[in-house]
Design a protein around this ligand. Structure first.
Ligand code: NOJ
Ligand code: CA
Length: 695
């Protein structure tokens, strides 16, 4: 017995030494953020395995995590490295957004570049970049030009994110085809992406394993907030994060191509997208961060003044209400010349810059439910009851922009073939933006919306459009990764459960906590075309079985809370008639000089103040989940010694998202930068304030 004990102790010690050997760090280099609060340590583990650790105020937030690749027809690129050189660099610059949440962005970071080489044949080179900002960290791989290696086929990127605890997590499944899932709040170990398979309202969905999509946001026991995402997704596939509950670990799981049998194929030299971690002491700091745009290349397009941020109305909600249809043969075609002109008149009278017209072109009779969608949609031929040129001319005369619509039905090759002719036509008609759509399974079979092949399609669309001075608002898009900095014609996108789900989703639409979750998750990626502004909350008589699960005041607040340089007022025009609260939509800005996140908790509530660029006017939006709550707003963001006129749009005392959603009160009040005001938000409610300096 004693002998056995001694033996097993020895064996245990031997195993420990082996494990520990793996842990022994050969070399370490560190950088910290400009504020010194965030630190990244790079180490080569014993077998020459690259790894990193992230600390916040000297406490680990990401424990030892390894980096590497599984490659096709080659030895994996994950161990046996030595360090050739380590460089430390810094940058502190300000750059201007042509349109955005703020005009000036500070880009301040410290960086380590580690040049690695395999000690044994084939002696390949791999470089790693780590950056520490005050609002988070990022790393990326670079495959430099080298002899004997011209191309790599990546079967897996194995970037680990080793969590330090079982954090509270807000996640959607790692779907390879769509992001239009509800966020679930659970502990990390309760993530169950497979339970989200088979969603009845999604025309495309592929959830291969227990992984999450990004941004995925977490809160630690200490109240620290983390969010994992990627920046500058270029010629690579989108990253999901595989969940390893036992080890509290996430590992990158790239979206693949079943058709091609790999994840990514690239010719050297190239760099991977940045893998990013937002780190903030509070939830509000996540929204205030510019980490994602800062990790992208500067503007390549130069002056994009041809695009003006704007509000828009459109021939759209009526289709989702089933009042009209995209399809001419339905007998209730929405996109008629007369209807378009009615919308143009309304826009011109109400300080609304644009009109979206869906269903104007041929092909809609062969849309959802058809397998053979190649060659169906035509992006230059209008239906006979729609005078494309006449409507464009009428809009111009009234000073309104038409927003083009191109539903590709996920047949990107058909769209690719027509890009130049479609954009040349738009250019001729002076139509400066287009909403694109990719509903359905991708043709060819085996490709997914978020794989490298489609990432390259979405980019080609952006680049081709830019040549014609055309801006893109993509639905069913690839996720936003800050590309708007480089291509400011990437104005907005969907990539979440938008307002439309409230009209027809069999699961009852978006719950009241949806947007207070979105603000801290999807919105960290970039602008959202959510399409707020429903006044007829119960949607009678068209969708009486469903409703919008917010109050009317929350619909107004969304214009400030959910950022986009284009904001729809989506309801039927008749629902805005004789509505005093519509004044807020007339007044609200869409392009911001600065943004202040005043308070918030993920999934619960958030308050944001934004100052409009041209006028200097301020707008405040506040939203809450299914719980009513009181919030206090300190107006110290206003200028000293000035008087302001505030118009306050708040939930009525008896308002409730379900029982009394349209109860709203309006009040005018003089405020100054010493004003501190308390407001009561109803369950599912909100608050919107417009603030103008007094003459
Ligand atoms: C889905 C989009 O999200 C929606 O806004 C659009 O109306 C339809 N596709 C048709 O393109
Ligand atoms: Ca959609």
């Amino acid at each position: 017995m004693t002998k056995f004990k001694t033996l097993s102790t020895l064996l245990f010690l031997a195993i420990c030494t082996l494990c520990c050997k793996q842990e022994v760090q050969k070399t370490t280099s560190s950088i910290s953020s400009p504020s010194k609060e965030i630190e990244i340590d790079f180490s080569l583990l014993q077998k020459g395995i690259p790894s990193y650790v992230v600390k916040y105020k000297n406490k680990k937030v990401i424990d030892t995590s390894t980096l590497g690749f599984t490659l096709k027809d080659q030895i994996n690129l994950s161990e046996g490295f030595e360090i050739l050189e380590t460089k430390i660099r810094s940058k502190n610059e300000d750059w201007e957004m042509p349109w955005g949440e703020q005009r000036v962005v500070q880009n301040h970071y410290n960086e380590i570049v580690v040049l690695l080489k395999e000690t044994q044949a084939p002696n390949r080179l791999l470089n790693l970049y780590f950056r520490a900002y005050d609002d988070g960290v990022a790393f990326r791989y670079e495959f430099p030009k080298q002899e004997g290696l011209n191309e790599v086929i990546i079967l897996d990127e194995n970037s680990q994110f080793n969590l330090t605890d079982n954090h509270t997590t807000w996640w959607i499944p790692g779907d390879w085809d769509i992001y239009e899932h509800l966020y679930t709040e659970s502990s990390f170990t309760d993530i169950d992406a497979l339970s989200k398979r088979g969603h009845k309202a999604l025309a495309q969905s592929n959830i291969p394993e227990n992984a999450v999509n990004t941004p995925v946001t977490m809160r630690t026991q200490d109240g620290l907030h983390l969010s994992f995402h990627e920046a500058n997704l270029t010629d690579y596939s989108g990253m999901t994060l595989k969940v390893d509950k036992e080890n509290l670990m996430m590992t990158s799981e790239l979206v693949g191509s079943d058709r091609l049998g790999y994840k990514v194929k690239r010719t050297l030299p190239f760099s991977s997208p940045w893998r990013t971690i937002h780190i903030s002491k509070d939830a509000a700091g996540l929204i205030a961060s510019n980490l994602i745009v800062n990790l992208n290349e500067p503007n390549k397009l130069g002056n994009v003044d041809w695009f003006t941020p704007m509000k828009y109305v459109g021939i759209w909600w009526e289709m989702h209400l089933n009042k009209s249809s995209w399809d001419l043969k339905s007998g209730k075609h929405g996109a008629t010349t007369e209807n378009a002109k009615k919308h143009i008149d309304f826009a011109a009278q109400n300080n609304i810059g644009g009109v979206l017209v869906e269903g104007w072109n041929t092909g809609w009779e062969h849309w959802i439910g058809f397998e053979d969608r190649e060659g169906v949609f035509d992006f230059v031929t209008p239906y006979p009851d729609y005078d494309l040129e006449g409507v464009a001319a009428y809009a111009k005369e009234k000073g309104v922009q038409i927003i083009m619509h191109h539903e590709t039905s996920a047949a990107p090759r058909t769209y690719d073939q027509q890009l130049d002719t479609a954009y040349a036509l738009m250019n001729k008609l002076d139509i400066r933006s287009v909403k694109t759509g990719y509903v359905g399974k991708i043709i060819p079979k085996g490709e997914f919306h978020h794989g490298q092949w489609m990432v390259n399609h979405y980019r080609r669309v952006l680049e081709t459009a830019a040549k014609y001075n055309i801006a893109i608002n993509a639905h069913e898009p690839i996720k936003a990764t800050g590309i708007r900095r480089t291509y400011p014609n990437a104005i907005s996108r969907e990539g979440l459960r938008g307002q439309e789900f409230n009209a027809w989703a069999p699961d009852g639409g978006n719950p009241p906590n949806h947007l207070s979750t979105i603000a801290f998750t999807r919105m960290l990626a970039g602008p959202i075309d959510f399409t707020p502004g429903v006044f007829n909350i119960k949607m009678d008589p068209y969708r009486s079985e469903n409703q919008i699960n917010t109050t009317l005041a929350q619909q107004l607040a969304l214009y400030v809370v959910i950022y986009s340089p284009i904001q729809m007022a989506c309801d039927l025009l008749e629902n805005y008639e004789n509505q005093p609260a519509f004044q807020f939509i007339r007044d609200v800005g869409v392009d911001w000089e600065q943004t202040k996140v005043l308070n918030g908790e993920v999934g619960d509530f958030v308050t944001i103040a934004r100052q409009e660029r041209k006028t200097g006017n301020w707008f405040v939006g506040s939203i809450t989940d299914e719980n009513k709550r009181d919030i206090t707003i300190n107006f110290d963001f206003l200028e000293k010694d000035k008087k302001y006129e505030a118009i306050i749009y708040k939930d009525g005392e008896d308002a409730d998202w379900n029982d009394n959603p349209t109860s709203i009160q309006m009040e005018n009040k003089e405020i100054t930068n010493t004003s501190v005001e308390k407001f009561s938000l109803a369950a599912g409610g909100g608050l919107a304030i417009s603030i103008k300096e007094k003459e």
